[in-house]
Design a protein around this ligand. Sequence first.
Ligand code: AMP
Length: 222
Amino acid sequence: MEAQPTGKRRRIVLLGGPGSGKGTAAAWLAKKLAVPHLSTGDMLRAEIAAGSDLGREAAASTASGRLVSDDLVLRLVAAHLGKDAAPGFVFDGFPRTVAQAESLDRLLHERASRLDLVLHLDVPLAAVEERIVGRLGCPSCGRVYHATRMPPKKDGVCDVCGAALQKRKDDNLEVLRERWKVYGEWGPRLVAYYRRHGGFAEMDADVTAEELYAKVWEATTA
Ligand code: AMP
């Protein structure tokens, strides 16, 4: 775990179903690589909380577990990527469709850049239900906790920034099942897309957070 990345694997996408640990792993990896963690789910929740036009457009879909439109997500992503070739990033929750994956390739190409690594975190639905139902998040810094598996030091308070932790509205079993249905539709197509493009790795992510970090780091520095 001490080694620095040997190659240029700093432009990374994490794929995986809801509750697969990709948010936690992406936050950890982005910090370790000192690159931005770009979560489209977090971007959308921030827009919704701010009451922006874009947030209003996205609110109903996110609340019910359906995908928001590719166009809306791509507007957000383009704004967060900026105009220059990003030195690095860890995408989490994006791309969600093949059209988004193709658009990301184009966006990066326009910036004379490309993805270095796509990591697929594989977890069965049975393993994520308990993770999702107990999940808590910090609305301020995005750190993710779990009521019993990864609790904050002080009940209900973020260890990092002291904000009050919140439960996501879509973290309940009913919406989770809809999100899995959506993932079942798109996930395999995305995996197939990225398998063809090289720089793809997948791992059994039904493990503890520490074990997942070790696996992710191994793939990043391989
Ligand atoms: P997440 O935090 O990644 O689980 O995303 C929460 C919700 O935001 C999803 O259930 C979707 O409604 C929406 N969302 C996030 N990312 C995307 C995306 N790339 N494409 C479409 N919808 C998305």
